[in-house]
Design a protein around this ligand. Structure first.
Ligand SMILES: Nc1ncnc2c1ncn2[C@@H]1O[C@H](COP(=O)(O)OP(=O)(O)OP(=O)(O)O)[C@@H](O)[C@H]1O
Length: 934
């Protein structure tokens, strides 16, 4: 089907329907009305024609298509024919010719004759000007002829009817009137003018038709310009969208596929501009109408692809969406929607060609893409809107710099995978690099700052190291090695110093394989040593470590057998940890065979200040010499402590010295006997009390005797004669139980214990006996609460750990150091306790010195009135005490006399026997000598 055949059918149909009788049936209009109607019709026609042009659609409206067929040359021929045949009655011929015209067309008057003539001419001689652009394969546009046969949509048709009915009617009227023979007859001038105007209009129409033709079939500068404007507008709008300047009230159709339509009609473009554009287009149409076809192809693609993409998107959304009113698109159908639909089909073909690489795609394919096509406005994902068939062409635009590290899109093209349809874009995001986090032990190493030369010990001090290695080390100037610092600890009483050294030693020696004396703990008295020995026994359960004690509690031979074993291979150690008093240790080092201290690693001096004070501290030096001697003597000791001629030697670690006391001496003279290696003094305190930290004259900060925090310390200024009565008064009136009283001597202890026993008959009073056998029983009774008041000398002042002693009385003022240990028997391990000091006038100054060492006591006043009730009792108690003491003295003397007598009589009997023996021997010898030989 040819273009010329279809156009009248679509264009003139409605007009003829509206006016079936045709213009010939009307009366001849006046000249002015004809001219006015003609001008109006032309203006409307041009306006209607401009809409698709600016829309990027190449196809002009039907009336212009029709005008294309009405070439000026043909018009002249028709007019000439009309003039020559005006006298002839051609009604029959015209009616015959009218058969060739499509049904529905109303042919009335001369104008219809002309049209029929034109139609006939077109049928006989098709216009190349029309067919070329649509049939031109170079343009890439293949006319879908079936489109013309498809029924137009009702909405579009109705709309078209409404908008064009008036124009078409008027135009028809004008054409019919101007071409009627009566006009020429009425006024020849008018006819001439009309002819000139007709020629002029036809020329314009011709030029415009050429422009339209070019728009339809080929590209024009107009299209290029329009497309360029569209591109620019879209760029601006896109920029606005990106910057958020675009108002939300703006119609989505502006951004959508109908944006060009709205630009023309609803975009608010001034009419003057439109006219200017039209003029420019006409000029360019005249100038560029004869340009090469490839340029035209490129120009047309932009407008076509825009419709193509809209159609493709509609296809993707499904047929259900077709014909429906979009929310973001104006519901009123556009008058040019039909022509757009027509172009869309063409552009679909065009797109297929582009897809199949039959023709090159242009950057306008991408540029013409609207947000609706991208699925943005309809909420359709862009991945659905894009089919992947779009071939990206180079677009002259500033490429946006992609931010580093962000999403990196990778579009999988359909061409990449032949035979498969890519339905979705594959987006690959660049994963953020995971920061590696180190384990806690690697990220937080324990930094030990040390200086090799400052902390090192001499190579010679490494026991057991091979002499050849020592020589090499010295040659390499590696003369020092790391050695732990010796530690001195001054901590309050009852703060757990025993466990402070016991647990680390047990932990360090737990992995040993062969028993050897590796730890030596020295304490001043037997009771403390036994107490610490029990602690080690408790905490070494299950560890395999063996603990020995050397305090003289058992027979010496038994202690020897518990420390050293002997078999066919020789002597070997039976213990790993030895708890001893200095005296007994010296006896064993001197008398016990096989005792070996060569592997000693830890030397602990508990109550170090007292230990170093005994014998001037020389015994410590003797023990260390003994240790070094053992080490020197055991150079050939085999593994396991067996002595022999083995060659295996192991370097022994240096001896680590640990000194503990609640009153560690600050006197350097007392520490001179201990060879301490870079000693470190640790002072443990729980609160800063006045006088705790003092800055001495030498600038060194030293600690004082620190009391437990839980200890409450009181003192009472009393007379010497009533001290027992005041103590009795406090114990009885305040119901003290488990009271530990310290005196300065054993005699005073006994005297006080007797007096208290007389005064307070209901209380269980005991004294810490000097007899070793009785001590253990008394301590256990006192700890279990069977003794209420235990009177003791300072033999119990240090280290004894008796639980739950509530009150400690310092009956006699003593030194500050002893005072700290006395009152330290209470308030242990965080438990509360009270200490009372009875101060006389003579000992007031001494007590002040005691307090100045870090104590803080409150005075307890006891009035004489409180003591008056005890006067008689006290006098009687004193008298009875004297009697008791006197009797005790008498008994003691008798005992001594008896012992003396026994000893004297024994001596006498021995002497008598000796004399008799000597005398008898002599008599018997004489008798034997006098016996005659018979
Ligand atoms: N961490 C602790 N928690 C509870 N009790 C503890 C702790 N450490 C030690 N003790 C207890 O405190 C008491 C006193 O311990 P220890 O005899 O070692 O004290 P000390 O400092 O040696 O006192 P002193 O100077 O009088 O000899 C012990 O009965 C012990 O069991």
């Amino acid at each position: 089907m040819k273009m010329g055949e279809n156009v009248p059918d679509r264009h003139w149909g409605p007009g003829n329907e509206s006016n079936p009788t045709g213009p010939a049936a009307t009366d001849s209009p006046s000249r002015e009305s004809i001219i006015l109607a003609r001008l109006n019709a032309r203006a409307r026609a041009r306006k209607a024609a401009m809409s698709p042009l600016t829309n990027g659609i190449s196809k002009p409206p039907e009336q212009y298509v029709y005008a294309v067929s009405t070439d000026s040359r043909k018009v002249e021929e028709i007019e000439t024919e009309i003039n020559t045949r005006k006298d002839e009655d051609t009604q029959a011929e015209i009616s015959n010719k009218s058969d060739t015209i499509t049904e529905g067309d109303v042919v009335e008057g001369d104008s219809t004759k002309k049209k029929k003539k034109k139609k006939r001419d077109k049928e006989t001689k098709p216009s190349d000007e029309i067919q070329v652009p649509f049939d031109d394969k170079v343009s890439g546009v293949v006319v879908d002829e079936s489109y013309d046969e498809s029924p137009p949509k009702k909405k579009k048709k109705k709309k078209k009817k409404r908008e064009k009915s008036d124009t078409i009617t008027e135009e028809e009227t004008v054409d019919s009137v101007t071409n009627t023979p009566c006009d020429t007859e009425v006024n020849g001038e008018i006819v001439e003018k009309k002819k000139r105007k007709k020629l002029k209009r036809d020329r314009k129409d011709k030029s415009f038709t050429e422009e339209s033709r070019l728009d339809v079939g080929s590209d024009t500068a107009c299209d290029v310009e329009v497309d360029g404007e569209l591109v620019e507008k879209k760029k601006k709008k896109k920029h606005k969208r990106e910057t958020g300047d675009e108002r939300s009230t703006e119609q989505p159709s502006v951004e959508g596929g109908n944006d060009t339509i709205c630009d023309d009609e609803g975009g608010g473009e001034p009419i003057k501009k439109k006219k200017k554009k039209k003029k420019k287009k006409k000029k360019r149409g005249d100038e560029e109408g004869e340009k090469d076809q490839p340029q035209d192809v490129n120009g047309i693609v932009g407008g076509l692809d825009e419709s193509l993409k809209r159609d493709e998107r509609d296809e993707e959304l499904g047929e259900a969406s077709q014909g429906e009113q979009r929310d973001d698109v104006p519901s009123e159908p556009h008058p040019d929607s039909q022509s757009q639909g027509e172009i869309s089909k063409k552009t679909t073909t065009r797109a297929l060609m582009v897809k199949n690489k039959q023709i090159p795609s242009t950057g306008d394919d991408e540029m013409a893409k609207s947000p609706v096509e991208n699925g943005d406005l309809l909420g359709v994902p862009s991945t659905l809107a894009k089919t992947g068939n779009e071939k990206k062409m180079p677009i002259k635009r500033k490429a946006k710099k992609k931010p580093k590290g962000k999403k990196r899109k990778k579009v999988v093209k359909e061409q990449d995978v032949p035979g498969f349809t890519i339905i979705k874009e594959v987006e690959t995001t660049k994963r953020e690099e995971l920061k590696r986090t180190l384990p806690h032990w690697l990220a937080n190493p324990t930094v030990i700052s040390r200086d090799l030369h400052a902390d090192g010990a001499s190579i010679d001090s490494i026991h057991g190291l091979d002499e050849a290695l020592k020589k090499i080390l010295q040659e390499e100037k590696v003369c020092h090695r790391y050695r732990p610092q010796d530690i001195c600890v001054s901590a309050p009483t009852g703060s757990g110093k025993t466990l402070a050294y016991a647990l680390p030693i047990i932990q360090a020696l737990k992995g040993r394989t062969v028993p050897k004396i590796r730890a030596l703990v020295l304490l001043p008295v037997q009771e403390l040593a036994l107490q610490v020995y029990k602690v080690f026994l408790t905490y070494t359960k299950g560890s395999g470590l063996k603990v020995g004690v050397a305090v003289g509690k058992r027979a010496f031979k038994n202690e020897q057998a518990s420390l050293v074993g002997h078999n066919y291979a020789g002597y070997h150690s039976l213990i790993d940890i030895l708890v001893a008093t200095p005296g007994k240790l010296a006896d064993h080092l001197r008398l016990t065979k096989g005792i070996d201290l060569s592997s000693l690693r830890y030397l602990v001096l508990d109550e170090a200040d007292l230990m170093l004070a005994a014998e001037g501290g020389e015994w410590v030096n003797r023990i260390e010499q003994s240790v070094r001697g053992c080490q020197a003597a055991s150079q050939n000791v085999l593994i396991g402590g067996f002595q022999g001629s083995g060659t295996t030697q192991y370097p022994q670690p240096s001896l680590h010295r640990l000194l503990f006391s609640a009153t560690l001496s600050h006197d350097p003279e007392q520490l001179q006997y201990v060879t301490l290696y870079r000693p470190k003094l640790l002072i443990v305190t729980t609160r800063i009390t006045p006088g705790v930290m003092k800055d001495k004259s030498d600038g060194t900060v030293v600690g004082q005797y620190i009391r437990p925090v839980e200890l409450k310390e009181d003192y009472a200024i009393v007379d010497e004669s009533v001290k027992p009565l005041i103590l009795h008064h406090l114990i009885t009136t305040k119901s003290w139980r488990k009271v530990l009283v310290f005196t300065n001597s054993v005699k005073a202890t006994h005297k006080l214990a007797v007096l208290l026993s007389v005064l307070s008959e209901g209380l269980r009073i005991a004294e810490f006996s000097s007899k070793m056998k009785e001590r253990k029983t008394i301590v256990s009774k006192f700890a279990s609460g069977k003794i209420d008041v235990l009177v003791s000398s300072d033999a119990m002042a240090r280290g004894l750990d008796i639980p739950d002693i509530e009150h400690v009385v310092s009956y006699d003022v003593t030194s500050a150091k002893t005072h700290v240990h006395r009152i330290g028997r209470t308030a242990r391990a965080g438990k509360p306790g009270t200490a009372l000091s009875l101060v006389t006038k003579d000992t007031r100054d001494d007590f002040k010195a005691v307090l100045s060492s870090g104590g803080n006591a409150t005075e307890l006043t006891i009035s004489t009135e409180e003591l008056e009730p005890y006067e008689t009792l006290y006098i009687n108690a004193l008298a009875k005490m004297k009697e008791i003491l006197h009797e005790e003295n008498l008994k003691l003397r008798e005992k001594e006399v008896m012992e003396a007598r026994v000893s004297k009589s024994t001596q006498q009997r021995e002497r008598k026997w000796q004399r008799e023996t000597q005398r008898g021997r002599r008599k018997g010898l004489v008798k034997r000598l006098q016996r005659p030989f018979r």
